[in-house]
Design a protein around this ligand. Structure first.
Ligand code: ADP
Ligand code: MG
Length: 698
């Protein structure tokens, strides 16, 4: 093996220490393998030259052939720019640079023939191309198919002369360094099965496509590889786990469960809840460790299912816990569960970051002795000092916020591996679930408790504020409460907080007869709690917030959700927010406020929200519109998949094929110990080196 993952890019000709540092920091590229797998994000057809006289501002990327007439440097300081007048005899167009002026001026020669590539934009009634790519005509032949790859680059990369073109050059250097031979990832018997091109062929054509057909085949092979090894890893891990990890058997439905079910449960379970409970009970009685993902739209009644599972656990003399991503949520779970259990004799405790020393001194020993039966908490639960006597069930609420590693820290110090139930209100499309949580069994609550009126969703432009206020006022007069949510986007927090605070002032003025409160992530926990409490208790009519209220808060009397700058939210997030209302018996509303100028994708997103209340439908649409890379929650968990070429929105068939084949391979050789599967074993080891330990425990 060439061990491409161990060879540092620093030593690739043309890189060196400084550029290596930039590649690492900006694009995470460290090894030969990283660069090889840094695929173009698009290809542009450069098979034809346009005439300067044809150019208009609507055109996409195009290429021109001609000569530079003159260079001029104009402007001062930051406005300083270099302008080259360029002509092909049919007209003149400006080429403009804001950076690297001297370098450019030295590099290109007036009067020589060049190929210029870029996107024309309209500027002061003429056209120019900003930061074009320029090649001498002599290099024309190099791009045989006319398909030019484009690589993602950042500003910092460009400043270090690592633009898309430079990356392409590096790819070429790398390939020639390897004599254009890349080690095959699949053993011959599988290569014969899949009937796809070799890795070598695929790598050559992904970076330097000879034709669109060859490019398509290269993409197919590389997508397959990517998905195949992920599936092989997930399936092997979960098979091994189910062989090795014995689960605690909970054979009986006892006093606690039965008493609650008969005497305390205030309503009939929905059919979906009943079905999920059966699935959970089967797992817990099977002798294998449960690893189950519970999906259900907001308000579908997951908390109740969690409680029932906890009661089963304590019936079998074990402890259970719920780990929530935020303190507010942990508090709410605690309150809900205490409320449900009323005067039943179950010891439930709350443990969060703000649990005081004295409290801790009281609670921790009681957890260690087993007196505390149910613990609700946050990250605080995974601290060293928390030791359970016998943790039998760990429920993780909103898994996005907890990595696999964090999850397993919860019980790595326990003698026994508890059953694990992961709950999420973000419905996950099937392809994504197969990839992200392929090792979990999935239960779905696809039915809302009876009597809910679907939330009415409206889209309004932000120049019609007066009508919005009028509407809010009418609802408040009916005794309802209103959420107003502002976006909080990483990188622009400062501005976002400013927007929220300015909005707060406006609302206090407009709704002077009401109590308006505000919460955001920068507030101290105590202040946040105080503000929340005012809203939960009904003292305040309007709660203004950043997305911190996204998950979990339950105020049935709140019937209006106003989402400011709705265009800045993703679909799943909008859907989550909308789930905060519609929890009571009154008609609820969700009002998406956006500016008038919207991209067509954004318009589509808002339309989908207006037309659908179904979380799964919305998640599928989100996947189609944005691709999995941007899907909420997959950013962190995506670290585990890190897809570089496959697209879960469009490659479902390849995924299914890859999964079936992986299953076949494992049926014949569960631990991949046979000689013929050695390449698979080695590839997995290098791909998942850092993750494999956690995989076994999650
Ligand atoms: P989720 O956690 O899935 O968002 P919750 O468990 O908070 O949903 O349930 C939402 C609301 O519905 C709660 O007030 C809960 O008490 C109520 N609820 C749950 N199950 C039922 C049911 N079967 N019938 C009626 N109400 C229910
Ligand atoms: Mg909930």
């Amino acid at each position: 093996m060439l061990e491409l993952d161990k060879r540092s890019l620093m030593y690739l000709p043309g890189v060196g220490p400084r550029k290596a540092e930039v590649l690492k920091k900006e694009a995470g590229l460290v090894s030969y393998e990283d660069l090889l797998f840094y695929f173009p994000y698009r290809y542009v057809d450069r098979s034809r030259f346009y005439k300067v006289s044809e150019v208009d501002g609507e055109m996409p990327y195009l290429q021109l052939k001609g000569r530079i007439l003159s260079f001029d440097t104009i402007g001062e300081m930051r406005g300083k720019r270099l302008i080259a007048r360029f002509t092909d005899g049919t007209g003149v167009i400006d080429l403009v640079w804001f950076k690297g002026l001297n370098y450019i001026k030295d590099k290109y020669v007036i009067g020589q023939e060049y190929i210029v590539f870029g996107k024309p934009t309209e500027f002061a009634q003429s056209y120019n191309i900003v930061h074009p790519e320029i090649d001498p005509v002599s290099q024309e032949g190099q791009v045989a198919s006319g398909l030019t790859p484009f690589y993602n680059t950042t500003e910092k990369m460009k400043k270090s002369f690592l633009n898309s073109r430079a990356i392409q050059d590096l790819e070429y250097t790398l390939l020639s360094n390897l004599n254009f031979q890349i080690p095959e990832t699949l053993p011959p018997y599988l290569l014969g099965r899949i009937r796809m091109v070799s890795v070598t062929e695929a790598m050559r054509n992904i970076h330097f496509p000879e034709s669109t057909e060859k490019l398509r085949r290269a993409q197919l092979r590389l997508k397959f590889d990517e998905l195949f090894f992920i599936q092989l890893n997930i399936l092997r891990t979960s098979r091994l786990r189910s062989m090795k990890l014995k689960g605690i058997v909970f054979p009986k439905v006892g006093e606690y469960f039965n008493t609650f079910y008969k005497d305390y449960l205030p309503f009939e379970l929905t059919n979906a809840q009943k079905r999920v409970m059966r699935e959970i009970r089967a797992d817990m009685g099977s002798g294998r460790q449960m690893n189950r993902l519970l999906q259900g739209d907001v308000g579908s009644g997951k908390t109740l299912v969690a409680l029932l599972a906890l009661l089963l656990t304590i019936d079998n003399h074990c402890q259970g816990c719920i780990m929530a991503p935020t303190e507010i949520l942990a508090n709410q779970h605690y309150a809900t569960i205490k409320g449900f259990l009323k005067d039943m004799d179950v010891r439930v405790e709350l443990l969060t970051g703000s649990t005081g020393k004295k409290e801790r001194a009281r609670i921790l020993p009681a957890i260690a002795s087993g007196e505390v039966q149910i613990v609700i908490g946050t990250h605080a639960l995974i601290e060293e000092t928390v030791v359970f006597a016998s943790l039998g069930l760990a429920i993780i609420d909103e898994q996005h916020r907890f990595g696999v590693e964090q999850r397993s820290r919860l019980w790595i110090k326990n003698r026994i591996v508890p059953h694990v139930l992961v709950m999420t209100a973000t419905p996950i499309p099937r392809t994504l679930a197969m990839t992200l949580y392929g090792d979990l069994d999935v239960s779905v609550i696809d039915e809302l408790p009876p009597g809910r009126k679907p939330v009415k969703t409206l889209h309004r432009y932000d120049n019609k504020k007066a009508e919005l206020y009028e509407f809010m006022r009418r609802e408040i007069q009916k005794g309802r409460q209103v959420y107003v949510v502002y976006p909080l986007i990483e990188g622009s927090e400062k501005l976002d907080y400013k927007n929220l605070e300015e909005g707060f002032k406006v609302f206090k003025e407009v709704f002077s007869e009401c109590k308006v409160c505000m919460v955001h992530g920068k507030m101290k926990a105590v202040d946040k709690e105080a503000q929340m409490r005012q809203f939960v208790s009904g003292q305040a009519q309007i709660l203004m917030a950043t997305t911190v209220i996204e998950v979990g808060v339950n105020v049935p009397n709140a019937s209006v959700m106003v989402i400011e700058s709705a265009e800045r939210f993703g679909l799943s997030q909008l859907h989550q927010l909308r789930g905060r209302v519609g929890r009571g018996s009154e008609q609820s509303y969700c009002i998406l406020v956006s500016s008038y100028k919207l991209s067509s994708d954004t318009r589509k997103r808002l339309e989908i929200m207006v037309n659908s209340n179904d979380g799964f439908e919305i998640a599928e649409a989100d996947l189609r519109l944005r691709g999995h890379g941007d899907l909420e929650g997959t950013q962190q968990s995506g670290e585990g998949i890190g897809l570089r070429i496959a697209n879960l929105a469009s490659d479902g068939q390849i995924l299914q094929f890859a999964r079936d084949l992986a299953n076949e391979v494992l049926d014949a050789d569960p631990e991949l110990t046979s000689e013929q599967n050695r390449p698979l074993r080695e590839r997995l080891a290098s791909l998942f080196r850092r993750k494999i330990n956690w995989g076994l425990i999650s």
